[in-house]
Design a protein around this ligand. Structure first.
Ligand code: COA
Ligand code: AMP
Length: 644
């Protein structure tokens, strides 16, 4: 890994297949790939074709067999549940085998889809690994999503079973998961045969065996007592390991499919080259297993690399205070922390002078990694000042599964530019194209695209929807994958990610579709038309704001309608959507062809310079919107900078 970033990137550029073949050698294969990259396979080619492997074997068994069974694999720290647990690799293997045995006992087989809807507890990780062990395809659904979202996913992947828990824990409240699971099954057309429910003492659920409910804790106890051995099932490197649904431009989420072989190779490489983590060291991704960061860097990458991972059931603030992160780092000896900038903004708000940091010995910490949204320079500087370690912004998305651009600690850090996630990683050849698909000059804003093929570890397609994948990601710029992010590459080759080009917003590090929220708002009987945009928020980055045009003759208190809309979005999408700003407007600004001018509305709301669109139907509406936003205290200083 020596020689620095430039050398490594050049080595990849010179011979990508040789580069990834070498990276693959550190892993276990039942059968070596016959082709490192099969360019003929759908949709854009496949990595490690012909190979056979098992991701769980590489995460757990391989290390136990290498004599590292007594080393630490998983730490669970739950300020919300008041508990802490540690598992060695050998103990993890026992737990994963017990979970796999339960699944097999109930007829779950290779290729079956299993939904995991669990809070941040070790059993969630055991469940993911157990699926991988038997070749079942897991799909983890974030606990903050409501029953309807869960139902959509059950139907899309035709889940055979759900692994859940009786409840999740949020500050100040217990979230009953079981009724959500039951409701989702009622809503879905596909009826999973089993719901395996782990009873948590904070709120046990009523289980009904006739409807397929299984007491997961009891079933695990039984398998552990019998010391059931469950061998890993060899799967094709190109077989799906998991499906992770993410927000698209409609209410129908996209099922990002990750394979076994490419995923293992890319994540293992990244652990050392990007994060600088070695076997035996403790890595902490303070995210949730329901998001891609959780999949890649709470579960798979640390274990593939033979390091240890920390599962945290708490929040950066309020559990119990803004010093929690530092307490966890000190207590467990965390080497690297990975979280979203929003978490640091929340901490800084509570503890502006970083007083809590001084209360703990955080000398084990080597670096802080930030992703999920643009890392604003102020947040980076605050973290640098108080933690006294490199703060590394890196850019990626659910679809890629690992960093597109980063400052690779393991290869040797490059000079930092605040506001830039630094440079493309080996595997990614980036270009900036204008809307017509032409490359732009360095420093010019445009669409950030990745030259095909995507590297190992990136999505192979959308679940059962190759054509949707092509349309959404590949068709607009032939030969490239469209990231749907806009940005620039400067004269030094540094990437700057500025904004999404679609209707995705980033709220507290969570990826949300404003299109999906519009669909829900439109369900309200009094709503004639609506537009949802993301507006700037000092802590969460962005928050959704809904503009409603009510139907004629609606004569109700708007306060009531606002509350109903907020509840509807909470019920249909989930608490995580956090729609709290709902504004009534008489009309929405549109182009003459009827397209709502969401981009302009957003600029007004954020107080950014904006241009009156030449195609606007009625310019006066934007003035009305500006006044309205100002009246709601939303617009700081929006002003039009140009005429027609
Ligand atoms: N299960 C059930 N409900 C959940 C949930 C879960 N797993 N996660 C969040 N929610 C609920 C919250 O309780 C909250 O509900 P409320 O409106 O009744 O209070 C709502 O969803 C919004 O939650 P959140 O977005 O987390 O906002 P917050 O104000 O509770 O906390 C932060 C704000 C910034 C502290 C928090 O979002 C955070 O730590 N973000 C970092 C996120 C992250 O790491 N993202 C992954 C990318 S690396
Ligand atoms: P998700 O799929 O939830 O990981 O969200 C991916 C999106 O978050 C990206 O397409 C970007 O819009 C945004 N994002 C993630 N990391 C960064 C970053 N470091 N800088 C800027 N935007 C980011």
């Amino acid at each position: 890994m020596s020689g620095g970033y430039e050398k490594c990137y050049r080595r990849w550029e010179d011979d990508p297949e040789a580069f990834w073949e070498e990276a693959a050698q550190h892993l276990h294969w039942y059968r070596k790939p016959t082709r490192i990259f099969d360019a003929d396979a759908a949709v854009y080619g496949r990595w490690f074709a012909g190979g056979e492997t098992n991701t769980c074997y590489n995460c757990i068994d391989r290390h136990v067999e290498a004599g590292r069974g007594d080393e630490l694999a998983i730490v669970h720290d739950s300020p919300l549940g008041h508990g802490k647990q540690r598992f060695t690799y050998r103990e993890t293997l026992t737990e994963v085998m017990a979970m796999a045995a339960v699944l097999i006992d109930h007829g779950i087989e290779k290729g079956d889809r299993v939904i995991i809807y669990m809070p941040m507890i070790p059993q969630a990780v055991f469940a993911m690994l157990a699926c991988a062990r038997i070749g079942a395809v897991h799909s983890v659904v974030f606990g903050g999503f409501a029953a309807h979202e869960l139902a959509t996913r059950i139907d899309d992947c035709q889940a055979r079973a759900i692994i859940g828990a009786s409840c999740g824990l949020e500050p100040g409240r217990i979230v009953p998961y079981k009724p959500l699971i039951d409701h989702a099954i009622d809503l879905a057309d596909t009826k999973p045969a089993y719901s395996f429910i782990l009873q948590r003492e904070q709120m046990p659920a009523t289980l009904n065996a006739t409807f397929g409910d299984v007491d997961l804790g009891a079933a695990l106890d039984q398998q552990r007592a019998q010391a059931t051995i469950v061998d890993c099932v060899p799967v094709a490197a190109t077989d799906p390991l998991y499906i992770l649904y993410t927000s698209g431009t409609t209410g129908q989420p996209k099922g990002v499919v990750r394979d076994n072989g490419g995923h293992m190779v890319a994540l293992t490489w990244s652990m050392q080259a990007i994060y600088g983590i070695r076997p035996g060291e403790l890595f902490w991704a303070a995210s949730d297993i329901g998001w891609v960061v959780g999949h890649s860097y709470i579960v798979y990458a640390p274990l593939l690399a033979g390091s240890a991972t920390l599962i945290f059931e708490g929040k950066p603030v309020g559990t119990p205070n803004a010093g929690t992160f530092w307490r966890v780092i000190a207590e467990h000896g965390v080497k690297a922390l990975f979280t979203a900038p929003t978490a640091f903004r929340a901490i800084r708000k509570e503890d502006p002078n970083g007083d809590h940091v001084g209360e703990h010995d955080i000398s084990s910490l080597q670096a802080l990694f930030l992703a999920g949204e643009r890392a604003d320079p102020e947040t980076i500087r605050w973290a640098e000042t108080h933690l006294n370690v490199p703060v590394i912004d890196h850019w990626w998305q659910t679809e890629t599964g690992w960093a597109i651009a980063a400052n690779p600690l393991g290869l040797g850090l490059l000079p930092q530019k605040y506001g830039s996630p630094t440079v493309p990683m080996p595997g990614y050849r980036l270009a900036i194209l204008d809307d017509a698909g032409h490359p732009v000059a360095p420093g010019t804003l445009g669409n950030i695209v990745i030259r095909l093929p995507l590297p190992p570890g990136c999505l192979t397609t959308f679940w059962n929807a190759d054509q949707r994948f092509r349309q959404a990601c590949l068709d607009e710029f032939p030969g490239y994958y469209k990231t749907a992010d806009a940005g620039i590459i400067d004269e030094d080759g540094y990437v700057h990610v500025m904004a999404r080009t679609d209707d995705i917003i980033n709220c507290a590090g969570h990826r949300l579709s404003t299109g999906a929220m519009e669909e829900v708002c439109a369900m309200h009987p009094d709503v004639a038309e609506c537009a949802v945009i993301g507006i700037a928020d000092p802590i969460k980055g962005q928050i959704p704001c809904s503009f409603l045009v009510l139907k004629n003759r609606v004569d109700r208190d708007f306060g009531d309608i606002r509350r109903e809309i907020m509840q509807l979005v909470r019920d249909e999408i989930g608490a995580v959507a956090a729609l709290k700003t709902v504004v009534e407007v008489q009309r929405l600004p549109k182009t003459r062809s009827g397209k709502i001018l969401r981009g302009t509305m957003q600029k007004i709301a954020d107080g950014l310079p904006w241009t009156m669109p030449a195609t606007i139907d009625d310019p006066a509406i934007l003035t009305e919107i500006t006044d309205l936003l100002a009246a709601h205290g939303i617009s700081p200083s929006g002003k039009s900078v140009a005429g027609f």
